[in-house]
Design a protein around this ligand. Structure first.
Ligand code: XMP
Length: 513
């Protein structure tokens, strides 16, 4: 068992998450109580558990400030390995006779570590690697008995170690996914503590632990969740449903911009099968009327986003909700924190863009997880494959797949054409990364029977990608494309031409708008 002394760092909980991934038991301890608990080599509430190691977490304070959190220096003489992370390293240095002072400048983000001396903590890493920093102060002089093991361009003691006493300090955050070898470093520390590592995937116990956290975050009152049918919001909703049952109301805004059959499928899965409390709000008229006359894609996104918020806000009020459940996942967190202007694509879709006037407390149970993890959690929770494996679909839905003004007749045509494309690809068990069907707004001449026809052109875009940053057109077999085309022009009377988009991203984006 490893005790994590929590000094208030933003990513402190992630240290626990990573240890859990390694199959290492841990407990969070308030530093003020650490001496009593830790001194006995036992953790209060876990009296049968012997303590094997201590991690001092990061935190926002400066060790030399009055009132900065600290620990009794005697915890360093217990003969238990200690790892100090960021503030933890600084505190360790400060208490053991080193010197801590503000760095030349505050540092947030990536830095390159260069290893100068070997350490058990850095086993199975490399001579140089990227780490994630977030600090103002730094260790200027290490305590007696320690060796400097790694530096960065600006930090003289990025990693320090006293191998004899099994004490280590690092300035960067190994718990962050952006730190290369971060998990390896934590694994090395757990091995130094003599613990057996058992890296495991997401299982029932892991999911149960998330449910417990949600229960604690929503002790009473009501929560709402904007359910879109996408994998993130579906898994988040189901987790919260497990935790608080009918105190959660899921709101599905039927904007009319969804694909054919989606609302019914959602109703069937969440209401009939999973017995969740779900309100399906028919807001089709509202969306189409607000989109009237709007041609500019970015304007459309804003209008659609605003309409979603208005409907959600009205519903949340009716329910008298205190909490808002959101399916934010780790890449969303990094993206929105990463660059100032990175939110264009997701701003309206992620409910993170909700106005403060909503006065709801955010609950984001998937904040620490990647898409793959989320799918695994969904599997454990028994969510059907059709949702767990759902392909990406943009928040503004078909609204940005109709070039020009969005109208109900155009939506109808697009929904039909899109359903045919999806049906044919599903039949072939296609693994295409994403497929979009576009109402191009281009009318062309055709011939039906013996008559001249003047009808719509449908565009098909199917892409292969690893993430959405770049994409290549999918090599759909020609025969299949012809079959799809033939079905569309036969089954959707107003369409008389189908085109296939063969452009890479970049320069073309995935969506046409
Ligand atoms: P682009 O078109 O930028 O799309 O190559 C990259 C990925 O993002 C999706 N996308 C959106 N998702 N709101 C969303 O939630 C949007 O406004 C939006 N625009 C594009 C797109 O489907 C693809 O997966």
């Amino acid at each position: 068992m490893i005790a994590i002394l929590d000094f208030g760092g933003q990513t402190c909980h992630l240290i626990g998450r990573r240890l859990r991934e390694l199959g290492v038991k841990h407990v969070f301890v308030e530093p003020e109580f650490a001496t009593d608990d830790v001194h006995m080599k036992k953790i209060s509430g876990h009296h049968l558990m012997e303590l094997d190691g201590i991690i001092l977490s990061g935190g926002p304070s400066s060790v030399y400030e009055a009132g900065a959190p600290t620990v009794d220096v005697s915890i360093f003489s217990l003969n238990i390995p200690v790892l100090g992370i960021c503030y933890g390293q600084q505190l360790m240095s400060h208490l053991l006779g080193g010197v801590v002072a503000p760095g030349a400048k505050k540092e947030y983000g990536p830095a390159t570590i260069t290893v100068k001396n070997p350490s058990m903590l850095l086993e199975k890493t490399s001579a140089e690697f990227t780490v994630w920093m977030s600090h103002g102060d730094e260790v200027k002089k290490i305590p007696a008995g320690f060796t400097t093991c790694a530096v960065t361009e600006t930090i003289p003691h990025a990693v320090m170690a006293d191998e004899k006493r099994k004490m280590y300090g690092i300035q960067f955050h190994p718990e962050l996914i952006h730190t290369q070898f971060g998990l390896q470093i934590l694994e090395n520390f757990a091995s130094i503590c003599g613990l057996t590592i058992n890296r495991h995937a997401i299982d029932e116990a892991h999911v149960e632990s998330i449910v417990e956290i949600v229960k604690d975050s929503i002790p009473r009152g009501r929560a709402v969740c904007a359910l879109s049918g996408g994998v993130d919001s579906s898994v988040a909703a189901l987790l919260v449903h497990r935790a608080i049952g009918h105190r959660l109301t899921c709101i599905y805004v039927d904007s009319g911009l969804m694909r054919k059959g989606e609302t019914d499928e959602l109703r069937l899965i969440f209401k009939e099968h999973l017995h969740m409390n779900i309100r399906i709000v028919n807001a089709r008229r509202l969306f189409v009327s607000r989109l009237k006359g709007i041609i500019d894609p970015e304007k459309k996104r804003k209008v659609i986003g605003r309409a979603f918020i208005d409907v959600l806000q009205a519903e949340a009020k009716k329910i008298d909700a205190d909490y808002l459940v959101q399916g934010t996942i780790y890449p969303d967190v990094i993206e929105s924190a990463g660059t100032k202007h990175s939110k264009n694509i997701k701003s309206h879709h992620n409910v993170g863009g909700l106005p403060k006037s909503l006065k709801l407390t955010l609950v984001e149970p998937l904040r620490d997880y990647y898409k793959n993890d989320v799918r695994e959690i969904g599997n454990v929770l028994g969510l059907p494959e059709s949702i767990v494996q759902r392909k990406p679909f943009p928040g503004p839905g078909l609204g940005i797949r109709i070039i020009g003004e969005v109208t109900e007749p155009k939506l109808k045509i697009l929904r039909e054409a899109d359903a045919i494309v999806r049906e044919e690809l599903e039949r072939e068990k296609s693994t295409i990364w994403q497929i979009s069907v576009v109402f191009t707004g281009i009318k062309t001449t055709g011939v039906r029977g013996d008559n001249r026809a003047y009808g719509e052109t449908i565009g098909i875009r199917a892409v292969e990608a690893v993430d959405a940053m770049s994409a290549h057109p999918s090599p759909i077999p020609h025969e299949l494309l012809r079959k799809i085309s033939s079905r569309i022009v036969n089954e959707v009377p107003s369409v008389n031409r189908v085109v296939y988009d063969i452009t890479d991203k970049p320069p073309a984006t995935i969506e046409w708008e």
